[in-house]
Design a protein around this ligand. Sequence first.
Ligand code: HEM
Ligand SMILES: *[C@@H]1O[C@H](CO)[C@@H](O)[C@H](O)[C@H]1NC(C)=O
Ligand SMILES: *[C@@H]1O[C@H](CO)[C@@H](O)[C@H](O)[C@H]1NC(C)=O
Ligand SMILES: *[C@@H]1O[C@H](CO)[C@@H](O)[C@H](O)[C@H]1NC(C)=O
Ligand SMILES: *[C@@H]1O[C@H](CO)[C@@H](O)[C@H](O)[C@H]1NC(C)=O
Ligand SMILES: *[C@@H]1O[C@H](CO)[C@@H](O)[C@H](O)[C@H]1NC(C)=O
Ligand SMILES: *[C@@H]1O[C@H](CO)[C@@H](O)[C@H](O)[C@H]1NC(C)=O
Ligand SMILES: CC(=O)N[C@H]1CO[C@H](CO)[C@@H](O)[C@@H]1O
Length: 328
Amino acid sequence: MSSFCYFLFAIAGLLGLAGSANADLQMGFYAKSCPKAEKIVQDYVYKHIPNTPSLAAALIRLQFHDCFVRGCDASILLNFTSSTGNQTEKFAIPNLTIRGFGFIDGVKSLVEKECPGIVSCADIVTLVARDSIVATGGPSWKVPTGRRDGLISNGSETIGPIPAPFSNLSTLQTNFANQGLDLKDLVVLSGAHTIGFGHCSSFSNRLYNFTGVGDQDPSFDSEYVTNLKVNKCKFINDSTTRVEMDPGSVRTFDLSYYSLLLKRRGLFESDAALTTSLTTRALVTQLLQGSLENFYTEFAKSMEKMGQIGVLTGSSGEIRKNCAFVNK
Ligand code: HEM
Ligand SMILES: *[C@@H]1O[C@H](CO)[C@@H](O)[C@H](O)[C@H]1NC(C)=O
Ligand SMILES: *[C@@H]1O[C@H](CO)[C@@H](O)[C@H](O)[C@H]1NC(C)=O
Ligand SMILES: *[C@@H]1O[C@H](CO)[C@@H](O)[C@H](O)[C@H]1NC(C)=O
Ligand SMILES: *[C@@H]1O[C@H](CO)[C@@H](O)[C@H](O)[C@H]1NC(C)=O
Ligand SMILES: *[C@@H]1O[C@H](CO)[C@@H](O)[C@H](O)[C@H]1NC(C)=O
Ligand SMILES: *[C@@H]1O[C@H](CO)[C@@H](O)[C@H](O)[C@H]1NC(C)=O
Ligand SMILES: CC(=O)N[C@H]1CO[C@H](CO)[C@@H](O)[C@@H]1O
């Protein structure tokens, strides 16, 4: 290839990057090409999620993990790529507890039947996350569409961007800032922990061996610690028991997650971290003082931002036929 070609590629690459900053997504992107697409997704979600509400939590988390690695490009769904083999994101450490792949495949096959090769897996992930939360009575938000699917998925790339539950505030802030999300987005989006479960292994260090001398985390409410040790995570390396992150209203998208934070009962260190600075603590307090409707409005704004991270549009990437594999 001549160096002139390389030059053209470099320009195209730069334009592509610039384009992704102000994503070319639009509401109803499939209105002409596949008018029933969004309805098919919604119908499937509304039919299945009420029977398995815990999946709603899994599905919004799936979008989070997708968007934080290579942008919202469905790279998390790939089982195999020619450059990484089966060491894709899905098979990397933070994936261990990601669920919902089969659900996305179910939606995709219905949409493919209606209009083959038109609707991206990346859009399906984003629509499904929103519709699932709505189906459980939670907030709604706008999902402009037109995302395309990525060609690369590399498990090693999950290590930096996806924050660990052991993260402190500055690490979380950096992780979010790297995605164009600010401290408010961090506090608001962490509110998704108002639904769903965490495995003991994501926090048992706080119960049993916080600094390596058999101690518990002093910032974790000690009554709650005892309760967890007696009833849930009975030994240090229990890796199977799951604990409600917002006990008492694990299926309700409410403000009680934030009350727990102020009672020093946030389950992960990353939850507890949100009360460790004046700024984030004030954001927590403001959310608690506001209405549920206000929380939903803020959550919607931050989800809309998250759904735009690093999207591929136009002729970048492709529309995958099978979400687990790039097209031949
Ligand atoms: C701020 C950084 C975050 C950290 C460190 C974090 C970490 C985690 C961890 C460790 C789990 C439990 C995994 C397990 O042990 O099974 C979890 C669950 C969950 N996360 Fe986060 N998360 C963060 C932000 C988010 C965001 C932004 C969302 C979505 C908007 C989200 C939604 C969820 C949901 C819904 C669950 C429950 C999943 C289920 O029940 O299957 N998290 N998170
Ligand atoms: C992709 O991997 C997932 C998780 O291991 C597995 O459940 C699924 O069957 C695989 N999909 C295909 C099409 O091979
Ligand atoms: C995967 O990502 C890691 C970390 O960024 C990088 O060192 C490695 O070369 C990548 N692997 C492939 C096959 O691209
Ligand atoms: C990944 O590929 C290797 C060999 O290529 C195989 O032994 C292994 O079982 C595969 N792992 C998964 C999870 O598919
Ligand atoms: C936060 O955690 C990072 C990574 O573990 C560490 O380098 C940093 O010193 C910590 N920051 C604070 C303020 O504790
Ligand atoms: C606690 O952690 C320290 C340091 O990692 C380790 O030496 C010790 O065995 C651990 N204690 C328990 C009870 O696991
Ligand atoms: C649990 O952890 C301890 C030390 O942390 C280790 O010695 C022991 O083998 C582990 N037990 C199981 C069942 O994994
Ligand atoms: C659900 C899933 O695919 N889990 C994989 C996560 O990554 C580990 C380690 O690479 C695999 O062993 C799991 O199968």
